[in-house]
Design a protein. Structure first.
Length: 369
């Protein structure tokens, strides 16, 4: 049974909003908000038929991993705020994402987004927003479709949020602590004097191999961030040179959450390799994160990963530099660390914290010359 037999195999319910979903898919396609962790069908990533076939013919699941900006906007809209009053140009886009997911049996898994929110807004605020996100997720698909398609300015059918058991969303994730340390190192290299872009990337790779871990999402983010030829890096490492150094640290923490969303996406894909029953999509309005995510997971199986990384980086690096970066990264990832390397950390249970504290002090002490 193949996709070509699809029309003859499945009869949709009479009230299925197929035409509206097609219109929503055009919005999503135009914004290109999805990064799939799988090879999209020939019909296209955003085509309604591809998702219907996957869910209802193949009986398989698609899981959407949204970033914080998406889930926070959905929670806000779920409270009934009029789009005419909030001035948010992205409200219709995030509504389109939710409506698309609701109608096509796409599960939304937003946990990293709320772990990101809690340290900024407090645990109770994060739990409140989670409860309103659930109101949105369980709301009327037709109402969210109407909102996305500019047929309504607010969600009118609002159910009160259900109580949520106490969750410590503010508790630091081990993964985030590692990513924060890597982000601190990237920031410190950016602030260093008299180091060119290529040397910054190679220095990061050496440090990861010799003193830390080979953190792929952080490494690829750095390759984009340090690139000299107009890379898509807007929004990464905000306020890094601010005279208020605490603002620089906050910007680095935000970058660490970006890396954590990326590493969460990669981890889900890796964990499902042995179980083809689920596939994952990362959703973000941030162009930089989308581009980095695409590099991380690769877009083709026709060429070796090292060659594909080179081709990606060549967009923003001189060809010789892109070749050297790609070759160096894969040289490190193919090396095996010996027992002596691991032994040096046996009696240092908070080694990651030690590194982070030292780099943090250096960044706080940095002054523009």
């Amino acid at each position: 049974m193949g996709y070509e037999d699809f029309d003859a195999l499945l009869m949709l319910p009479a009230d299925f909003p197929y035409a509206d979903l097609q219109a929503v898919s055009l919005i999503l396609d135009n914004e290109n908000v999805f990064v799939p962790g799988y090879i999209p069908p020939d019909v296209g990533l955003y085509h309604v038929d591809g998702f219907i076939y996957h869910a209802w013919v193949e009986n398989s699941k698609t899981v959407l991993l949204p970033d914080r900006n998406i889930v926070s906007r959905l929670a806000k809209i779920a409270k009934g705020e009029s789009v005419a009053n909030n001035g948010d140009v992205h409200s219709r886009k995030v509504a389109a994402i939710l409506a698309f997911a609701q109608c096509l049996d796409i599960q939304i898994e937003p946990s990293i987004a709320f772990h990101e929110l809690a340290p900024h807004q407090g645990n109770s605020e994060a739990i409140d927003e989670l409860s309103w996100f659930r109101v949105a997720d369980n709301g009327s698909p037709k109402e969210w479709l109407a909102f996305a398609l500019r047929e309504a300015d607010r969600i009118k059918t609002i159910a009160p949020p259900q109580p949520i058991d106490s969750i410590d969303l503010a508790k630091p994730l081990k993964r985030w602590r590692r990513n924060y340390t890597a982000a601190l190192k990237i920031a410190s290299l950016e602030l260093a004097q008299n180091i060119n872009a290529l040397d910054k990337v190679l220095a990061l790779f050496r440090w990861m191999y010799s003193d830390f871990i080979l953190a792929g999402p952080a490494a690829i983010l750095a390759c984009v961030y340090f690139a000299p030829n107009s890379p898509p890096k807007k929004g990464l490492f905000k306020s890094l040179r601010s005279p208020t150094r605490e603002r620089a640290i906050e910007g680095i923490k935000n970058a660490a959450w970006d890396i954590t969303h990326l590493s969460n996406f990669v981890q889900h894909i890796s964990a499902e390799k042995e179980n083809s029953g689920r596939r994952f999509i990362f959703a973000t309005l941030d162009e930089s994160l989308r581009e980095i995510a695409r590099i991380l997971i690769g877009q083709t199986h026709d060429i070796p990963p090292q060659e594909e990384l080179f081709l990606f980086l060549k967009q923003w690096w001189p060809a010789d530099d892109a070749q050297r970066i790609s070759a160096t990264w894969f040289e490190y990832t193919n090396k095996t660390r010996n027992a002596d390397w691991w032994d040096q950390y046996k009696d240092r249970p908070d080694y990651v914290g030690e590194i982070a504290s030292q780099i943090e002090k250096d960044i706080l002490a940095w002054r523009s010359k």
